[in-house]
Design a protein around this ligand. Structure first.
Ligand SMILES: Nc1ncnc2c1ncn2[C@@H]1O[C@H](COP(=O)(O)OP(=O)(O)O)[C@@H](O)[C@H]1O
Ligand SMILES: [Mg+2]
Length: 451
């Protein structure tokens, strides 16, 4: 089978101010020792040290097919730590993040959804030799067709290096590619001979006039020297899942844009695995096991767990990082209980990292970090009160009050959030304890109250 590869950049990520946008890494020094407050992370030193070891193991490719569990109470930074790991792994190590419940809401079987997630977390680096034409455009002539009946254009491209100059006849496809890139004489361009892809490298230095103003994003380059035609090694970075989708006949690679990939036949995956192993042996491809993060992992059921157990044993498996805030609870799909709702056989193969609740000082620092991230000013008394709320109710509740309190501050046009703003939002929005108490008091008025 011939495996297709596409080089389109399909992984543009959108960043916004989310719950964890202040987390920029794990905040470790070069000895993997955590600094008390760095990269947006505060405290939780033991867990950060442990995640740092995981990071090293991932980067050395030592942990493929293993599992790690972050276990701790809600709001103790499990998801934040996973995000910190994602940031510190660098852009070339795949990190895929899903939530346990997602598996059930996609229009495909649970195991197919898990398989796709696992394969998205495995990167493949493929080296390919291509022939390129690289030079400065001397002249580009595009002729209108002579007879009105024919619509195909023809043209000529004169292109040079400092050592040679050649004229190429152009067909319709090349003309379209050159027009799309708005190529004109004086541009230094690169043409991939196999795919016909045209890339503009910049404007030639020799063609620049003093009065020319360069549009942003266009650089000035030298006219290349040597041969016009060159062999170059290009590197494709894709995930196994992307290769699956591109090669699945029913979908085509457009499905990657819509995300509507449907189920992929297992024969296709088998063929791709064989091909990749072969390329690996020939030194053409390198497999980079990344990380699949499954948050709220207790939402998986017994079938998912047993599937994962098997999948982690195959030779192309990523590291599976899980997080759970459950104690001993029933495993979904069974009547049995186990720690974190994870079957014991799977639990047995996991490295477990415990996270614990934060102290008052740590909560205060996290609040300060979040205020900075949201560009919100808060005075010291107010952040102290918020920290107290954070330790006594929940960290998340306290963090959510920041935005609300800032709205109140804006309305009174104050310079920074003060004690009074916090008091206001604290009475406007109840935390879970007060909400529960309220329900108990008002139980007669609710439907289905179980007491
Ligand atoms: N050590 C920490 N340093 C900075 N921010 C943190 C830290 N721990 C948690 N947070 C922030 O507190 C909030 C709750 O933490 P989260 O990671 O969602 O908890 P969990 O996943 O354990 O329930 C998030 O906004 C998170 O980014
Ligand atoms: Mg979480």
């Amino acid at each position: 089978m011939d495996i297709q590869l596409e080089t389109h950049d399909l992984t543009t990520k959108i960043e916004r101010i989310g719950d964890h946008s202040h987390v920029r890494g794990l905040g470790l020094n070069s000895d993997l020792e955590p600094r008390p407050n760095a990269d947006g992370l505060v405290g939780q030193l033991n867990a950060r040290r442990a995640v740092g070891v995981i990071q090293k193991m991932v980067q050395n490719g030592q942990l493929a097919g293993r599992g790690v569990l972050l276990a701790g109470p809600p709001g103790s930074g499990k998801t934040a730590l996973a995000m910190g790991l994602a940031k510190s792994l660098g852009e070339h190590v795949p990190f895929v993040s899903i939530s346990g419940s997602e598996i059930f809401s996609i229009g495909m079987s649970k195991t197919e959804a898990l398989t796709q997630a696992l394969r998205r977390a495995i990167g493949v680096r493929i080296k390919e030799e291509t022939e390129l034409i690289e030079g400065e455009v001397v002249e580009l002539i595009i002729e209108r067709p002579a007879q009105a009946t024919s619509t195909a254009k023809v043209g000529k491209l004169t292109i040079k290096t400092t050592d040679m100059e050649t004229i190429y006849d152009l067909g319709q496809k090349m003309i379209d590619a050159l027009t799309k890139e708005k190529v004109q004489s004086g541009d230094v361009i690169q043409i991939d001979k196999a795919s016909g892809k045209v890339t503009k490298l910049g404007r030639s230095h020799t063609r620049m006039h003093d009065y020319e103003v360069m549009p942003p994003g266009i650089s000035i380059v030298n006219c290349p020297d040597g041969e016009l035609q060159q062999r170059k090694e290009v590197v494709h970075r894709v995930s196994l899942h992307e290769i699956d989708v591109i090669n699945s006949r029913t979908q085509g690679f457009l499905a990657l844009f819509t995300g509507d990939t449907g189920e992929i036949q297992s024969e296709i995956r088998d063929q791709i695995n064989v091909k990749i192993s072969q390329w690996k042996e020939e030194g053409k491809a390198e497999v980079i096991p990344g990380v699949l993060f499954i948050d709220e992992v207790h939402m998986l059921d017994i079938e998912c767990f047993s599937f994962l157990n098997r999948a982690m044993e195959t030779d192309m498996a990523p590291i599976v990082l899980m997080a759970s805030n459950r104690g001993i609870t029933t495993i979904r799909g069974t009547k049995h209980s186990s720690p974190h709702g994870i079957p014991l056989d799977l639990l047995d193969r996991l490295l477990i990292i415990a996270t614990s609740a934060y102290t008052y000082d740590e909560v205060k620092q996290i609040i300060t970090t979040r205020c900075l991230e949201e560009s919100v000013d808060i005075d010291d008394v107010a952040s102290g009160i918020l920290a107290k709320i954070g330790t006594e109710t929940s960290l998340r509740y306290a963090l959510h009050l920041i935005t609300a309190a800032d709205c109140v501050r804006q309305r009174r046009k104050g310079p920074s959030i003060d004690q009074e703003d916090i008091r206001k939002v604290y009475t406007l929005f109840v935390d879970k304890e007060r909400s529960t108490k309220y329900i108990e008091e008002q139980k007669g008025a609710y439907l289905f109250h179980e007491g």
